[in-house]
Design a protein around this ligand. Structure first.
Ligand SMILES: Cc1cc2nc3c(=O)[nH]c(=O)nc-3n(C[C@H](O)[C@H](O)[C@H](O)COP(=O)(O)OP(=O)(O)OC[C@H]3O[C@@H](n4cnc5c(N)ncnc54)[C@H](O)[C@@H]3O)c2cc1C
Length: 481
């Protein structure tokens, strides 16, 4: 088993294993307008935008482009953030929440526009968010909010429609986002790097930033082999940033998220999953889509400590079997993981920490649209003084509590999953109980109809017996299933 995903060039492909170009190490001192620390989605977007604006930009990457979260994502692009829209409104009010939501949609549109410039990067349309509990009322509330207030194209799917598309009793209602899409995330990332380089950005791999001095007009950046001076520094190192700004790093809870791709599943996959877009449950536990002809890319377990991705393959296979038991045994052919940075409030960190020192991190599980937005906003701020990044000001940097925070984070994750599983089990039990009740009522009505029906000329004796027996049988509750 390799530690990465495969790719075919079609729109349903998963993250790609195509040989990535490598970039040089920084060995000579340089003077630039902007130094970007970290070449993930956020760092490369800001570098591309600044280079297009004709600033000199150096991107310093400690390892290789895409070794962490940005190279292992499932590639689903949707408006919004890791926080439900209702929580946004509760915290900052409707008007402000709307502004932030519009920006998140802008981030998704930006990814689509960039993807159109990347050769052989196809796009698959549509994403479905499904609930693991019966949530008809909440669904209507959500649709009204997203559609009417936030102007997002959404459709509500009733239980039957969800189960027509996804043959499982685990899911109930759904919210379909027709404007959402998915792409091969790894191919997107390397395409973005190529665009940034074409625009003039210098990208360096194997170049860890070990310290920065952000005071003064010209800021200093130290790497093991060379130094840089820049007017602006953009910290886009996510949870990996470390020493250059430990206090910032300590505001992110590192969460390892794992994803795998199954061996070909043949026709049984098309029978179980008849939906071609991405699917995610509303608790953020499972996220999957069909890739290639008949494989399933599935992202699920999370830990707050590092585990070899190969060891999580069994957990992924178990999750798939739990949701789609009809698929039987599934083999996970490739498995990978990336570390996402989770903030305490669930919103990304986008803004200026002090003059010329910028931060773009904490994108959580929904990093494609939000990192694109961060890159664009910060570049616009540096190039034109655009201050829309201040819309994120209510979401300050909050310490996550170091190792204690990690333990608490893992406990909360288990509790949330346990709670979600319990709620799901109750919802399914209620659904079965309702089905039994319905069957009982149908039998009672049938029996009454027969009893009240005028006698037929020559009723067959067994029919009369059955009709007479039915009401009595109905008084006996069927055994619980
Ligand atoms: C399994 C999985 C599936 C996902 N699926 C989706 C999805 O479908 N849709 C979606 O929107 N999001 C998804 N995400 C989330 C998304 O991948 C992340 O939010 C996003 O990639 C974060 O990007 P980033 O640039 O902030 O961080 P990273 O990708 O972590 O990049 C940060 C980079 O900075 C470098 N760096 C750090 N410190 C230094 C330093 N001191 N010197 C030099 N370099 C440094 C690191 O080496 C790293 O390469 C998924 C994540 C995972 C793990």
């Amino acid at each position: 088993m390799t530690s990465d995903f495969d790719s075919t060039a079609d729109s349903r492909s998963g993250p790609s294993e195509a040989a990535a170009p490598s970039w040089p190490q920084l060995r000579l001192d340089r003077d630039v307008d902007v130094c970007v620390v970290g070449a993930g989605l956020a760092g490369l977007t800001v570098a591309y935008e600044l280079a297009r604006g004709r600033l000199s930009v150096a991107v310093l990457e400690a390892r290789q482009i895409g070794w962490s979260a940005s190279g292992h994502m499932l590639g689903t692009v949707r408006p919004g953030y890791g926080v439900p829209p209702t929580e946004l409104i509760e915290r900052i009010g409707l008007h402000h929440a709307k502004d932030l939501w519009v920006l998140s949609s802008y981030g998704a549109d930006y990814v689509r526009a960039i993807a159109a410039q990347i050769p052989e990067l196809a796009i698959g349309e549509g994403a479905l968010e499904v609930s693991t509990i019966e949530s008809g009322d909440q669904l209507i509330e959500r649709l009204t909010l997203l559609g009417n207030e936030f102007g997002t194209a959404v459709e509500g799917w009733q239980i039957e429609q969800v189960r027509e598309a996804l043959v499982t009793d685990r899911y109930f209602h759904g919210v379909y986002y027709p404007g959402a899409f998915q792409l091969d995330g790894r191919r997107y990332l390397h395409g973005l790097a190529a665009l940034a380089a074409q625009a003039g950005a210098r990208i360096y791999e194997g170049t860890e930033v070990v310290s920065i001095d952000p005071d003064g007009i010209r800021k200093r950046i130290v790497t093991p082999q060379a130094r840089l001076r820049a007017s602006h520094i953009v910290l886009a190192g996510n949870v990996h940033l470390g020493a250059p700004h430990q206090r910032l790093t300590d505001t992110l809870l590192p969460v390892w998220r794992y994803a795998g791709v199954t061996a070909p599943l043949g026709e049984r996959l098309a029978e179980a999953i008849r939906f071609s877009g991405s699917v995610a449950d509303s608790h953020g536990i499972d996220h999957f889509r069909v890739v290639g002809e008949d494989r399933l890319a599935w992202s699920s377990p999370e830990t707050t400590f590092s585990m070899a991705p190969e060891r999580m393959a069994k957990s992924i296979a178990r999750r798939i079997r739990t949701v789609f038991p009809q698929l039987g045994e599934v083999a996970i052919e490739r498995c990978g993981c990336g570390v996402i940075g989770q903030t305490v409030h669930g919103m990304p960190q986008i803004g200026q920490l002090q003059h010329g020192l910028w931060v773009a991190s904490g994108f959580g599980r929904q990093g494609l649209n939000s990192s694109a937005l961060a890159g664009k906003l910060i570049a616009q701020a540096i190039l034109t003084g655009d201050d829309r990044w201040k819309l994120f000001a209510p979401y300050e940097l909050v310490w996550v509590g170091g190792n204690i925070g990690r333990v608490a984070g893992q406990a909360i994750s288990w509790a949330t999953r346990g709670h979600a599983a319990a709620q799901g089990a109750v919802a399914r039990y209620r659904e079965r109980a309702r089905a039994r009740q319905l069957a009982r009522e149908e039998r009672r009505e049938a029996a009454l109809a027969m009893r009240n029906a005028p006698p037929a000329e020559q009723p067959p004796p067994e029919l009369t017996d059955a009709a007479a027996a039915a009401p009595a049988r109905d008084n006996v509750s069927p055994p619980p299933r």
